[in-house]
Structures are given as C-alpha cells and as structure tokens.
Design a protein around this ligand. Structure first.
Ligand SMILES: [Zn+2]
Length: 458
C-alpha cells in the first residue's frame, strides 16, 4: 500500500492524501488552503498527475477538506467521488460561495488564476458525486458491497461528530483495514453528538491531530464553558459595548446559535439581537432542514425560527450600526482579510467598550490568531491594505473546539492499537507532541509523520 501526503507542508492546510491499495488509486479529501492563494492554495496534485484515479473520498465540507474538489475532478475526469449525503448538500453550497469569494479576490488581489473553477463547473461536478449513507459498506464501483466483494476494495462512512455530515472513512482491502478519521470530535458539542467510530481491529490509522499542542485542563467541561460564555456576554453588555465572535460558517455558527438558544431558554440572558453572514445563513438552513433526520442533540430546535438572526453581507458590514447589546457571530473564523469578521473587528478593536470572543481554532499566524495572542494596547495589523491599529477592546478566549482533545485521540489510538499510525492535519507543535506520546504509549505501533510529497510504503 502506498501513501503520499499531498498537503504541501506539515500543517493544517489544503488537506489531501493519496492512497494506492489493492490496485486502486484513491484520494482522501481535497482541500483549499485557508491562507494561501493561487497554486499554493491547492494540494500538490502534480505528484499524481500521471496517475489516473479511481475514486475521491471526502470526509466533510469544510473548505480545507473539499475546497478544490472541482479542480481535481477536472484533472481526473474518470474518478468517482464519494461523500456522505449531508456533506454533498453542504459541499455544493460551500463551493458556490467559494466561486464568489475567488471572483472578488481576482479583483482585490489581481489573482489572475481565480476563480479556480466556475459556478457551472461546480454544478456539473456536484451532479457527478455519489452521496452515500452512513454505515453502509460500499464497493469502489459505487455499488453496495456484498459478501462476494470480500477481496475487493470497499469503504464505509462513520459519523465523526465534528460538523453536520462529517465522517471518518473505513477502507477494507486484501484483508487489511485502514481508517481515516477526517476531523473528529469524541465529545458531545451543543448540537453535534460525539463520534461513533470503529473500535475493532484496524491495521492502519490515519489520524488528525489539530489539538495536539494543547492539553485539556482537567477542570474543563463544555457546560462550564457555556456558563462562562453567558457570563462574559452579560459583562460585555454591562460595559455598554457589542460583541464579535469570529466563527466558521459551517459548524461553529450553528453551535453558537444553539448556545444562545439555551441561554434564552434557561433565562441566563435576556434576548439580544444576533447578526450572522450570508453563508452562515445558508449553512444554518441546512442544519434546520436536517434537524429531524440527522444524529444530533436538540433535534426539534429550528435555529433560524427561534433566534431570528439578522443577516449582514459584504456591503452592509461597513455601515451596520455598532450598538451596545448586539452579538455578531461572523465568519471567517480566522478573520481572513476582507471577510465579515475581519472588517467588523477593525471597526471595534480600538474601542474598550467592545468585546471580541474567540471560540474555536485559529491558526496563530492568521489575523484571528494574531489578535487573540496580542497584548492589550499593542499595535497590530488585521489587514495589510489598511493602517495598523491598537488593541483596546476586551478580548477573551473560550474552548468550544469541534476537534478531539489530544487526550481523547491518544485514548482512541490505544483502543485500536493499530500496526501503524499516520499523523495528519496538525501544525508542527501538535505533531511534535503526538509522535513521542504515541510512541511511548504504543511501543508496538509504528508512528509516521508523512513528509509532504514523499511516497511511503505502508
Ligand atoms: Zn473540519
């Protein structure tokens, strides 16, 4: 079995992995880099250009896992594309939004390669996807696998508890089992329920390790963190300011809205106006539409009906009123320049009455990471095209990550005790903690950090 890490660096970038098993050629995930532009935003597809693909399997619809799928499909027209049913619905919405973002970037940055694909191409690509039910063994031909397929390559999606539709992927071939976690959470969130992953024998585990550089404090509980957020909102309102929460449109927005619903229901906070962006609205519509049919908590909660958020867009964000008592849950989560959260942050960052609350993952070099780690009164630049600013607003951080804690990743790896563990989807400090820890805990397993672009034999 051959494996190539197509991500360009050891990092959480444009996630993509090539696998060769049982004479089949596959790609797991096909992301777009959240910070890089042009060719550098793509996985290193050149490495597999000469190799016709049989299939592409997508774990979930975050940009860094599905964002360049139409590009790969153009280059590999014969490859079948598989993903969970909900991931297909969300993925199509996300990719169309991405075309709009790239079209804007073409104007703003002179990115002549952009857009990397068009709306028409996205529609045509999505028509060719094979949406798959969870927990069904499927042959690589796309047919439901039967007993006769024991020697063939099959795959099966398992609920990963990360965002709606997210899955881990179990591959079986030649009597071996390979499990790719995708992005996973082993704990319940406010909406998403904890992953249900295979617990029997796995030969090779390909595991994400986003939170590998953070220890989970022993006292942390999600309920406690929700209470801390409610108190912080109350305090921020008392200060006479508004609040910005930079969030991902898919997952974090809906988790935060569900928390607000609980705060209202428990009367820990009075009603307050909530503002979200257009893509978050579309993603929330899918959460609401799928509420009764997806595996989740609060299955009867219709977020939009209950919370009635106001919607801001690229024009209205500039002159929407910055008024006390309002909460803005805006994407992007990393506050990429020109996105709603970045524009809004620049409007409030110098005013000590206002607050910015970080509630999820942010790359330390992204504007969100830089602001989160800044000193009060320090000077920062949130957008290279705009003047620098002093950080005077109130900044707080909460732990509502949609990713598994490193402790739960280690516990899962120990339960499976696979022959080999391939560590992916982690920045260098995360991987550097995970590798020695797993080596010490699982002395009989080989722990592999796959060098980008280098073929390895598993
Ligand atoms: Zn994700």
């Amino acid at each position: 079995m051959k494996f190539i890490n197509l991500t360009r660096r050891t990092e959480i970038g444009a996630n993509s992995y090539y696998l060769e098993i049982a004479g089949h050629h596959l790609v797991l995930d096909c992301g777009m880099h959240p910070k890089n532009m042009g060719e550098d935003a793509l996985p290193n597809f050149k490495l597999i250009a000469a190799q016709p693909l049989d299939a592409v399997l997508i774990s979930h619809s975050h940009q860094d896992h599905i964002g360049t799928l139409p590009v790969l499909m153009r280059r590999q027209p014969k490859a079948r594309v598989f993903m969970s049913e909900v991931t297909a619905e969300i993925g199509s919405t996300l990719l169309h939004n991405s075309v709009n973002v790239m079209t804007r970037q073409r104007e703003e940055f002179g990115a002549t390669l952009y857009p990397l694909f068009t709306h028409r191409e996205t529609d045509r690509a999505a028509d060719r996807w094979h949406p798959c039910p969870m927990r069904q063994c499927i042959a690589i031909s796309g047919e439901r696998a039967t007993g006769r397929d024991v020697d063939a390559l099959t795959f099966e999606f398992f609920d990963a508890g990360h965002v709606l539709g997210s899955s881990g992927i179990l591959l079986r071939a030649e009597g071996r089992t390979i499990f790719y976690t995708g992005d996973v959470n082993f704990d319940d969130q406010t909406i998403a329920e904890a992953a249900i992953f295979p617990e029997d024998k796995i030969d090779i585990l390909i595991m994400e390790c986003t939170r590998g550089d953070h220890a989970q404090p022993a006292t942390w509980t999600r309920a406690g963190e929700e209470r801390r957020l409610a108190e912080a909102i109350e305090e921020a309102f008392r200060r006479g300011g508004c609040i910005l929460l930079p969030v991902f449109a898919l997952g974090k927005t809906q988790e935060i809205l569900a928390m607000f619903y609980k705060f209202h229901r428990e009367r820990s906070l009075p009603d307050f106006p909530i503002y979200i962006g257009g893509l978050s609205l579309k993603m929330t519509e899918i959460y609401d539409r799928r509420a009764n049919t997806s595996r989740r908590q609060l299955p009867r909660l219709q977020l939009l009906n209950n919370l009635r958020p106001f919607v801001l867009n690229a024009e209205t964000i500039h002159d929407s009123s910055v008024r006390a008592g309002r909460v803005h849950a805006l994407s992007s989560g990393m506050m990429t320049p020109k996105t709603l959260s970045n524009i809004f942050a620049r409007r409030i960052v110098e005013n000590p009455r206002h607050s910015i609350f970080f509630v999820g993952y942010a790359d330390p070099e992204s504007p969100a990471g830089i602001l989160r780690d800044s000193q009060p009164g320090g000077k920062i630049s949130l957008d290279p095209d705009e003047p620098g600013q002093r950080v005077r607003c109130n900044i707080e951080q909460f732990q509502f990550s949609a990713h598994a804690s490193r402790e739960s990743l280690i516990a899962y790896a120990k339960k499976l005790s696979p022959k080999k563990i391939v560590l992916v989807h982690g920045d260098p400090p995360a991987v550097e903690w995970m590798r020695p820890t797993l080596t010490a805990e699982l002395p009989d397993s080989e722990i592999i950090v796959p060098t980008p672009g280098v073929e390895i034999e598993l």
